[in-house]
Design a protein. Structure first.
Length: 242
């Protein structure tokens, strides 16, 4: 009998979630965005994985005097693509120069960086050498929460010297992110990465289980609610983030 009531409760909750999806799905994207207003900093750091929008925001901040130098992390080459395209940090550097940032104001943080966590570790080494330096991190809106979590966990007290700015994206709107392939990809993949961080770096079993349930619900509902015609066209435009 208890199983029947449990199944009935799940069906009712799922029905309500679908019925009122327009009220709560936008909050999932907005929850991930912890970007702030720009702060005067010594460095502006561009997180890897967003050449299409992050360098433009960083260059604009630099030209307005919010930062004195721009940091770029050297990323691990994509498997199989080492000889097809220039390394991302080189592309970003050239783009910044095209946008008016002097070459001597661009600093590449050397290392075999493969994820946000690795980039923050290297940033911590720079902050250890420069105990008064302040850094403004530029990344995608949905990537700011995980980046801030990494900063707080890795840098400890030094995290107070870091601020975060969200780089605008034209690929989706947080108010209806599930309606496009890129929005669906960006939001759901970010929750998956948060889940991986929970498992890999430790958030606790209960929080991890809650994250699994939320991701499954997001995937089922967003797939069900997204128009199929727009899905095929927009999925080809999706670009992964680090």
């Amino acid at each position: 009998m208890k199983r029947v009531w449990w199944l009935l409760a799940c069906l009712i909750l799922s029905g309500l979630a679908i019925l009122f999806h327009g009220r709560w799905l936008p909050s999932l994207a907005k929850y991930l965005d912890v970007g702030e207003a720009p702060r005067k900093s010594d460095y502006i750091m561009i997180m890897g994985g967003g050449v299409e929008n992050r360098p433009f925001t960083a260059a604009a901040l630099f030209k307005k005097g919010w930062g004195e130098r721009i940091l770029i992390a050297e990323l691990r080459p994509t498997p199989g693509g080492e000889n097809l395209l220039p390394p991302e940090h080189e592309v970003t550097s050239r783009l910044l120069q095209k946008l008016g940032v002097p070459e001597d104001r661009i600093i590449v943080l050397r290392g075999n960086h493969a994820a946000t966590f690795h980039e923050i570790v290297t940033l911590g080494e720079l902050l250890a050498r420069e105990p008064e330096a302040r850094v403004m991190i530029v990344t995608d809106p949905v990537h700011t929460r995980r980046t801030r979590w990494s900063v707080q966990r890795i840098l400890g007290e030094r995290a107070s010297r870091i601020s975060f700015v969200s780089a605008p994206s034209d690929g989706y709107n947080p108010d209806d992110w599930w309606q496009t392939g890129q929005g669906f990809f960006m939001v759901t993949s970010e929750y998956l990465k948060l889940l991986f961080y929970a498992f890999r770096y430790g958030w606790g079993l209960h929080l991890t289980a809650a994250a699994v349930a939320l991701i499954l619900l997001i995937g089922i509902l967003a797939r069900y609610l997204r128009p199929m015609g727009r899905d095929k066209a927009s999925t080809r435009e999706a670009v992964p983030t680090s």
